[in-house]
Design a protein around this ligand. Sequence first.
Ligand code: ZN
Length: 262
Amino acid sequence: MTDITDEQIERYARHILLPEIGGAGQAKLLNSRVLVVGAGGLGSPVILYLAAAGVGHIGIIDDDDVDLSNLQRQIAHTTERIGVNKAESARQSVLALNPGIKVTVHSERLTAANALELIGDYDVVADGSDNFDTRFLVNDVCYFSRTTLVSAAILRFDGQLSTFRAHQGGANPCYRCLYPEPPPPDLIPTCAEAGVLGALCGVMGSLQAAEVVKELTGAGESMSGSLLIFDGLATEFRKVKIKPDPACALCGSPATITNVYS
Ligand SMILES: [Zn+2]
């Protein structure tokens, strides 16, 4: 590809060697825009691997500041940056790793008011948020803005991963096809309440970054229509099929929540 420099050929040589990526795939990555929701346990490895991979424009949204208790797992941050906004802290790690990347820091909370405008700017969204309100919002807005969503979740020793592109129709479900409604508050504990293995964030976040790269380059098979479940205590992966739910409030027919965020 004419727009790859000699330095980029050297930096990305191990990707370019892969027939499934090659020079054309690397050029796609360099021209891609990915929004990472949450610069925490999952967001940290996602952001670092996407930056290393040369995803040309990475948006990071997080309204939280780095806390000492984050550093057991959130490897995009440092002890020195305790108190700094997490999106800004992650930006500094990205630029140290790969100064050729453009990073947009969104040091705000993703809300129904700003989500459409924010998400519509990106090719793929990687959701590593830590609460169900944000997960459902991201899913719905990705659907309306026809943006592919790679989603992961973690708790204790357990992780889940899938890709959602229900906007393409066919056999592609959305997050609501899997989980129709947010669970009642307090039913599912948070990582702050129940704990999480630090390295589990690396396992699931690395898988999430790999799936983002696959979606951007078209390499391999998409995780759309599949849910990957990781049991970190047994060290077992399970991949199960998930189908679109005809009664889904978002992507079913007729959709019943189409105007919620407009
Ligand atoms: Zn759905």
